[in-house]
Design a protein around this ligand. Structure first.
Ligand code: ZN
Length: 312
């Protein structure tokens, strides 16, 4: 059944309708073996409508600017070679433990902000804000967006952010067989490596929809499945102040925070981000990439136990 086209930016959030719950027990923030439950709501409404992704698309940036950012990205990757090696080793340790994570350990006051569904016309502004507050983030991009918005992706890497895999075009992978899951992941990897960037080591499933097969296929592709411990709920388009207040109230050391820089109207996210970063800085938090978070705050093995409730 084809999905009706969204009538407004708000309708573009249909995919977040709560249809079933995947409960992921990924340990409490305290490393004493207690297990907390993170309930992740997922939708299952099929494919992403590309029209909403094109919303707000800007004119193509000059080729020279793109080439300059690509050179800057390559230089940063070369300079950070040893750090990246250590970060990748930290990721591989968690892949071996469980293959899935929703938060890191609580050792340091570090958090990882993540942005899904880009790159888009909003990504540049978000990068500006991150730069202003000396914050690093992780961008779970869509392969079919990279061709249209290559500049913000190269710029993100040049500015020390990390690009993760959010599949080619945002399908619910729990509805696909192994071959199609592999294609969704591999096509994204090809889009990223085709731009001269390294293959992503991190994977976030569209709609947060995971099963053992999805986690196993990500692992087969060398990727850790990254969920989250704090949802900004930005897709609900709350007031920016309210969104920031919620995040600042729920933040905890080792948190992985879910937000979006694409897939619909992201003006709320863009407006809330400076308030969030200001608050986190004031509270003594450092905003790091997911690989850095895992390297600095290794999650205990018991934090990675995955349990699921039956699909309602
Ligand atoms: Zn998504």
């Amino acid at each position: 059944m084809p999905k009706p086209k969204p009538k407004s930016p708000r309708a573009a959030t249909d995919h977040h309708r709560r249809r079933r719950i995947v409960a992921i027990a990924v340990g409490a923030a305290v490393a004493v073996g207690s297990v907390g439950i993170v309930a992740v709501s997922v939708g299952s409404s099929g494919t992403w409508d590309p029209q909403q992704l094109e919303q707000g698309a800007t004119a193509e940036k000059p080729k020279m600017e793109l080439e300059a950012q690509a050179r800057a990205a390559a230089a940063v990757l070369a300079k950070r070679k040893e750090e990246i090696k250590a970060e990748n080793a930290a990721i591989d340790r968690v892949i071996q433990q469980s293959g899935i994570i929703s938060q890191a350990g609580p050792e340091n006051k570090e958090v990882a902000l993540t942005f899904d569904d880009g790159p888009s016309s909003y990504t540049g502004g978000i990068l500006d804000t991150l730069k202003k507050y000396d914050a690093r983030a992780t961008f779970f991009t869509l392969g079919n967006q990279i061709g249209e918005f290559p500049l913000p992706m190269q710029r993100a890497v040049a500015e020390g952010h990390v690009v993760g895999n959010h599949t080619w075009d945002h399908q619910d992978l729990t509805r696909l067989g192994p071959k199609d899951i592999r294609t969704q992941m591999a096509d994204h990897i090809d889009a990223v490596t085709g731009k001269g960037l390294p293959a992503p080591k991190l994977f976030r499933p569209p709609y947060g929809a995971v099963n053992d097969l999805v986690v196993a296929e990500a692992r087969r592709a060398g990727m850790l499945t990254v969920m989250w411990s704090l949802d900004t709920n930005d897709y609900k388009l709350p007031a920016a102040e309210a969104m920031a207040a919620q995040v600042l109230a729920e933040i905890h050391p080792g948190a992985i925070v879910l937000a979006h820089d694409g897939g619909g109207d992201r003006t709320t996210t863009s407006a809330a981000l400076p308030i969030i970063l200001k608050g986190l800085t004031k509270a003594g938090y450092k905003m790091v990439t997911v690989p850095q978070l895992l390297l600095d705050n290794p999650p205990a093995a018991e934090q990675n136990t995955v349990q699921r409730t039956p699909v309602a």
